[in-house]
Design a protein around this ligand. Structure first.
Ligand code: PBG
Length: 331
């Protein structure tokens, strides 16, 4: 019998030793919490497809923002359910649109909390697509890229003028970052940060979110603008374009099915990287935890740690509040 020469287990013997050699950290500083804003007054309603997450009316947001900030979470990202939808999603750029009011409310209640606004049209259009629908011409994509850019510019500006720190375009339109940077700069909004959903895949894991904001496309799907899950070189190209066009932070989405993409983007680029641990990823753990199939808290930390280990600086996650409680000993 020959004994092993190398014994990595020595370094795992006690928690203090494990702490000393731990390669990746997970801190509240890395977390961004998504918030869903809905019409009405006094609304704080649990979302059926996302147990533990809520729809908030604007008047409830100040209190929620305070709770988030008190946990040490530095940022929220806002999604809106508009009062009314139309063919182009015009509530997205109305100064009194749901997200613009939400931004002002949160900024007033907790000025130091970083407020990001998702900038897209699928929640605002009657057809549920992320932009202006093209007249059917041959085999063109259903969404008109350049007409959508114009509207994205309007929406980004409305969000910036309401006080958003970060505008996060998620519609995967070509040239969206360059166009938005120019639009914001011309309006003297140079300090507004652009967080690009740069490598966003046409993923099945967005299911619970689309249920939550009623944004599922009424015909077709998003594969004409979101990325094919089979591709990784294309993700690098998408990120490269966005960095060139002036993105301050680039995001990979979803997170768990794309750990390899996050890793590759980390190796290739020096900008801060965010990953979106999406609704389907959250729901899987939540429901499995509720059924007692796994230890929810441990699975959550393992998930978030894996996304950090892959190379993400920031993780947008519905787990943010629970993770923050756990990390700060409040859970
Ligand atoms: C809007 C948008 C989506 C998500 C974030 N922004 C949905 C989609 O592309 O259909 C998904 C987030 C999640 O699943 O948690 N374009």
């Amino acid at each position: 019998m020959s004994f092993p020469e190398n014994r990595p287990r020595r370094l795992r013997r006690t928690e203090a030793l494990r702490r000393m050699v731990r390669e990746t950290t997970l801190s509240v500083d890395n977390l961004v919490f998504p918030l869903f804003v809905c019409p009405g007054k006094g609304v704080r309603r649990e979302i059926a497809s996302l147990p533990g997450q809520f729809h908030f009316s604007v008047d409830q947001l100040g209190r929620e923002a305070e709770a988030v900030a008190n946990l040490g979470i530095p940022a929220v990202i806002l999604f809106g359910l508009p009062e009314r939808k139309d063919a182009v999603g015009s509530e997205a750029w109305h100064p009194e649109g749901i997200v613009q009011r939400a931004i002002r409310t949160i900024k007033k209640a907790v000025p130091d909390l970083v407020v990001a606004a998702d900038c897209c049209f699928c929640e605002y259009t009657t057809h549920g697509h992320c932009g202006v629908i093209l007249e059917k011409k041959g085999n063109q994509s259903v969404v008109d890229n350049d007409a959508t850019l114009e509207n994205l510019g309007r929406a980004a500006l409305a969000q910036a003028q309401a006080g958003a720190d970060i505008v996060a375009p998620s519609g995967m339109m070509d040239g969206m970052i360059g166009f938005l940077r120019e639009t914001l700069d011309e309006a003297e909004q140079q300090d507004v940060i652009l967080l690009s959903y740069a490598a966003k895949y046409a993923s099945a894991f967005y299911g619970p979110f689309r249920e939550a904001v009623a944004s599922a496309p009424s015909f077709g799907d998003r594969r004409g603008y979101q990325m094919d899950v089979a591709n990784i070189r294309e993700a690098i190209r998408e990120v490269a374009l966005d960095v060139e066009e002036g993105a301050d932070i680039v995001m990979v989405k979803p997170a768990l099915p794309c750990l390899d993409v996050i890793g590759e983007v980390r190796r290739e680029f020096d900008v801060p990287i965010a990953a979106y641990n999406v609704s389907g990823e959250y729901a899987m753990l939540k429901l499995a935890g509720q059924k007692g199939l796994l230890d929810y808290d441990r699975a959550m930390v393992e998930t978030l740690m894996s996304v950090r280990r892959a190379g993400a600086d920031l993780v947008v996650t519905y787990h943010a509040k629970e993770a923050a409680q756990l990390l700060t000993g409040k859970r």
